[in-house]
Design a protein. Sequence first.
Length: 451
Amino acid sequence: MERDRYPAVGAATAARRDPVIDLVRFTCLLLVVACHCMMVSPALHKDGTVTTENVLMEEAWFVPVAWALMIVPLFFVLGGVTALQSWRRLKARGGTGFNFAQLRLLRLVRPAMALLAFMWGGLWVALLLGVHPQVIQLMTAGAAMPLWFLAAYLTAQVSVPLLARFHERAPLLTFGGLVALIITVDSLRGALPVIAFANMIFVWCAVQQLGFLMADGFFEQRSRAWLVGAIVSSNLLLGVATGVAVYPGNMVVNINPPNLCLLLLGISQTATLQLVRKGLEGIAGVRWIQSLISVAGHRSMTVYLWHLPLLVGMSGLLLLTDVPKPLAGTGEWWWARIPVFVAVITLLVPVVWLFGRLENRPTAASHARGPSRAAVVTAAVVVMVPVADAAFNGLTLALLGGGAACFALSVLLLGRVPTPAQPPSEVNVLEGRQGGVPTLPEPDLRANLET
């Protein structure tokens, strides 16, 4: 792909929010919450033990439905679009890749730090009040599911400056190289299972590159026939790969660690998004929808991180009450998912009000120096250690406390964000002229930074 055919999006374009991106992200988030409400089903037995069932995974019809509704790749595509725009705007003001990593880490780690600390404290209180340790461990393990996403998303996001450089030089070659790495890892995972986790990097970075291509207009310049062909061919390849048992047919099984199936889904979802974009623009333009998304969209990470712990906690408390509990998988149980979903959304409102501000743009400190490169690298490692431990060995109450401490240390290492070395008015953002060592955009320049 020739570079001049897909020019980089300028700072002025990057500064404008894309209502379609906001709408799709918000819809995907609601879908994730709804799906989790249909998965969690703890049961208290007469002998006092507690077990939990994943009802959706046991339904025969779920495999083809999961194929259509596995929207995690789409999250990374949307993240790629907005991250590339944010990086280019920051770079135009003289920011560096370490400045970008600092901002991304702060915006993602601070909400997670609050969650881990709250869960650790709350579960310890429950343990001291006499709740059985088995119940505590079940709640801990169940609430830990969002952490793998945080690890993968953080890795992809802090890689944006490096991958954007490769993308600007050779977009398709960069994407092809990542695809080759994915296939190589998938080919070796049978002989060396641990290597499969390398695709936590390669798969999600490749899907993120689809967002880079979308941001640069690659998919916009394709014909409808080309987009339909991409959708059909990617799903056909997926069908062949799962049909001959190279990969499992259940996309939930394929997600952790991820494999080529998730990239094929990402290609299909990206082409579909471009195909229906015009129709979505009309929906996104409705005023009440814009108002709703403007409030919820700025707190998407808080909603994602907290919804499952709230669901697990609510389900655990209900076990101690006399509220009727229909048998999992029955008609009554499925109808009960509606009030459960409403209850989770209701519980999220005060949580978002209390902790959502942690997603705000990091505060700038006048005349302050930013953290050193070593501090940024150390902060990233400190965050990844407990998350990787949880991914490999499962989350425990002790690891919750250790993770909260590590995340707090990371925030301290990242420090405050320095203000620009010269007034923003002196930096010509639209022309991309280099300034001093600024790290924050002007207050009125906002992009889809919440991903």
